[in-house]
Design a protein around this ligand. Structure first.
Ligand SMILES: Cc1ncc(CN)c(N)n1
Length: 223
């Protein structure tokens, strides 16, 4: 039988392709993205990641065995200390203090995404939490690996570190573990449950697209 993650990947391929075609990502891989858009993205992503990290804490709490609990704790640690440290380093380069970064006012799309994730974590099963958080890891992994192969992309003074982070072995291993875990928790579930997991994965993938779009437009509250 094919893996459930393959079904997830196929069902969202069109949305992920749309992300790759989005001007934010096209311009980033070509090295022409306006740094102002990138700073906006970093600030919104920082407050997004604060809530995203909480998902791993909640997944750790829902885990039924020590090995899984430990892995989600590792993911929590990595988000707080590795991924968010990338944002802190970038912010320092742009003269944005750690406090300013942390006090970023979340834009409507950031709130929509984090609310969806945290609602899933508070009300859903462990399998649902994993389905909701997986596009975040997996789609960035796909982007990072693809961009690292583009000639000259790693020479860019601004986007190099971002590409290195998401194409790194460490990020790859954590992503692979989570994909594999998705398959394991989905095993033996009835179709009604699988469809629910697929829907969580799909919504998160759409929100990933919306996040790129938000950053490109430098979305503001209308009032
Ligand atoms: C919105 C978003 N999605 C995914 C990632 C990668 N963890 C991120 N930093 N931000």
């Amino acid at each position: 039988m094919s893996r459930f993650s393959e079904r997830l990947y196929e069902s969202t391929q069109a949305i992920w392709d749309k992300c790759h075609e989005h001007p934010f990502l096209v311009e980033m891989r070509e090295g022409t993205l306006d740094p102002e858009r990138f700073i906006y993205y970093l600030k919104q992503d920082y407050v997004y990641l604060i809530d995203y990290a909480k998902l791993f804490a909640m997944a750790s709490m829902k885990a039924r065995d020590l090995e899984t609990m430990t892995k989600f704790a590792e993911l929590l640690h990595s988000t707080l200390h590795v991924e968010m440290s990338l944002h802190r380093d970038y912010a320092a380069r742009f003269g944005v203090s750690r406090e300013e970064l942390e006090q970023t006012v979340p834009a409507p799309t950031t709130i929509a995404y984090t609310k969806f994730l945290l609602d899933t974590a508070s009300q859903g099963s462990l399998a649902e939490v994993v389905a909701a958080l997986l596009p975040c890891m997996w789609s960035y992994r796909v982007i990072g690996v693809a961009y690292a192969k583009i000639p000259g992309a790693l020479d860019h003074p601004l986007y190099r570190e971002w590409i290195l982070m998401y194409s790194s072995e460490e990020f790859g291993e954590l992503t692979d573990w989570t994909i594999d875990y998705m398959d394991r928790v989905a095993e033996g579930l009835p179709e009604s449950e699988l469809a629910r997991l697929e829907e969580r994965f799909l919504v998160a993938s759409k929100l990933e697209y919306m996040f790129w779009d938000m950053a490109y437009r430098k979305e503001e509250w209308p009032i």
